[in-house]
Ligand binder design. Structure first.
Ligand code: FES
Length: 147
C-alpha cells in the first residue's frame, strides 16, 4: 500500500452516510465508488473494530443512478438507500434486501484499513481522487435510460 492508494482517513468516512471518490479501470474508464462503515461498527472509534466496505456508486435497479449524488448516500436502519425508488442495500454484503432490484448485489472494490487510513487494494481499479466525477467526464453507460 502506498500513498497513491490512500482514499481517505478513517475519520472521513461518516458513520451514517458514505464517502464518495473516483476510480479508474485498467482501460482508463472513470467510475465513482463509495466507502461505507459496517452497521455493526458504525459508531466505534477503535480502528480494530471498524469495518469499511467499498462499492461502485451505482444502483442495481438503474445502473446510471448514483446512490451518493455528491452529499452522501442516504441510510436507514443501517442500510444504504437508493432514493430514486427505495432500494435498500446491506453495507457489508452490498446485497439489495428490499426494492425493485431485491437480490442484486452492488459491485465491490477491495479496500484495507490501516494506520487510520483507508486504502484501495483492488488490482482492477486505481484511485483517482475524492469527490464525484465531473459531468463532462462521466463515462458510465447511459443506455439504461429511466422512463
Ligand atoms: S434507481 Fe435505485 S431503486 Fe430505482
Amino acid at each position: 500500500m502506498d500513498s497513491d492508494s490512500r482514499i481517505a482517513s478513517l475519520t472521513d468516512v461518516p458513520t451514517e452516510s458514505t464517502f464518495l471518490f473516483r476510480v479508474a479501470t485498467e482501460s482508463g474508464e472513470r467510475r465513482e465508488a463509495i466507502l461505507v462503515r459496517d452497521g455493526r461498527s458504525a459508531s466505534s472509534t477503535d480502528e480494530g473494530d471498524i469495518d469499511v466496505h467499498c462499492w461502485l456508486n451505482y444502483c442495481q435497479h438503474f445502473t446510471h443512478i448514483k446512490l451518493d449524488k455528491g452529499t452522501g448516500a442516504a441510510m436507514r436502519n443501517g442500510e444504504l438507500v437508493c432514493e430514486n425508488h427505495g432500494a435498500y442495500f446491506e453495507p457489508d454484503s452490498g446485497v439489495c434486501t428490499f426494492g425493485p432490484c431485491e437480490g442484486a448485489r452492488l459491485p465491490g472494490l477491495e479496500v484495507t484499513v490501516r494506520d487510520g487510513g483507508v486504502y484501495l487494494t483492488d488490482d482492477e481499479y486505481e484511485f483517482v481522487g475524492p469527490g464525484p466525477i465531473d459531468d463532462g467526464d462521466d463515462l458510465t453507460s447511459t443506455s439504461n435510460v429511466e422512463f
